[in-house]
Design a protein around this ligand. Structure first.
Ligand SMILES: Cc1cc2nc3c(=O)[nH]c(=O)nc-3n(C[C@H](O)[C@H](O)[C@H](O)COP(=O)(O)OP(=O)(O)OC[C@H]3O[C@@H](n4cnc5c(N)ncnc54)[C@H](O)[C@@H]3O)c2cc1C
Length: 227
């Protein structure tokens, strides 16, 4: 029964505006970034038979979740955050992952679809150069920890999955220059240790109370204090 339904659906004539699919093309594709978007892009491209060359500047997958906030807990549940093609098997009991749990999920996803085979970690893409004669691209990279180790690869297409959090933007407000407290961009406030020269507030003699104000973002707590 299921088979006949399937045959019936797939044998429908194409819409007049649709073309018959042509022969499948295999392309060489560079993917820049191995956050959630880069990993999903790699998986889809590899499944379609393309030759993928992926680059990630940091030493692991996970993007912003690897580099930010040790105590981070996602705002979305595993039901809405996980990929449709890969379950963590916990749909019956939705959870809000913490950072390590989400990183573990992404790592398992990358292993499940053999993404590490085509991924070069610790490699920063410095330039994407168009090659008009061959209608292709030369992707230049360098080793993140050894600037002498450089190279390039020529590809047909480039998928840019570098995220939106690479370069912090510090806004300027009138009066900032006369403020005598400390002004810190949220990208550098990754844990309590980042306050007051690397000591936890509770380790400070006298337990001086710090007052803080958060500007912008979707933070629910915009002000408060640390002991
Ligand atoms: C604190 C915080 C909490 C968040 N919580 C949630 C949440 O709960 N749910 C949700 O859906 N979204 C959340 N987000 C949004 C989050 O940014 C996106 O969901 C997700 O990270 C986007 O993935 P991405 O792959 O596009 O980018 P990113 O995660 O930013 O990954 C980009 C990757 O590209 C790499 N890269 C950049 N430039 C280069 C280069 N030149 N060469 C090589 N590699 C490069 C970076 O190292 C990075 O690994 C949160 C964001 C933040 C900052």
């Amino acid at each position: 029964m299921a088979n006949s339904t399937y045959t019936q659906q797939t044998s429908k004539p194409l819409h007049p505006n649709m073309k018959e699919p042509g022969p499948k093309l295999s392309r060489r594709v560079a993917v820049i970034g191995a956050g959630p978007a880069g990993l999903a892009t790699m998986k889809e491209l590899m499944e379609q038979g393309h030759e993928v060359f992926a680059f990630e500047a940091s030493m692991g997958t996970g993007g912003v979740y690897r580099s930010h906030y040790g105590a981070l807990r996602l705002t979305s549940s595993n039901l809405t955050t996980s990929f449709g093609s890969y379950s963590d098997g916990k749909e019956a009991q939705p959870v809000i992952w913490n950072r390590d749990e989400y990183l573990a999920y992404l790592d398992a996803y990358a292993k499940r679809f053999n993404l590490y085979e085509n991924l070069r970690l610790g490699t920063f893409v410095t330039r994407v150069e168009p090659l008009p004669q061959t209608k292709s691209w030369r992707v230049h990279w360098r080793d993140s920890s050894n600037t002498d180790n450089v190279g390039f690869v020529e590809v047909d297409c480039v998928a840019i999955c570098s995220g939106v959090h690479s370069e912090p933007k510090m806004p300027h407000f009138p009066g900032l220059e006369t403020f005598d407290g400390r002004i810190q961009h949220s990208s550098t406030f990754l844990s309590e240790e980042n306050l007051e020269g690397g000591t936890r507030p509770s380790d400070r003699p006298g337990r001086k109370r710090l007052r803080y104000r958060t500007l912008g973002g979707a933070n629910r707590r915009r002000g408060g204090s640390f002991d």
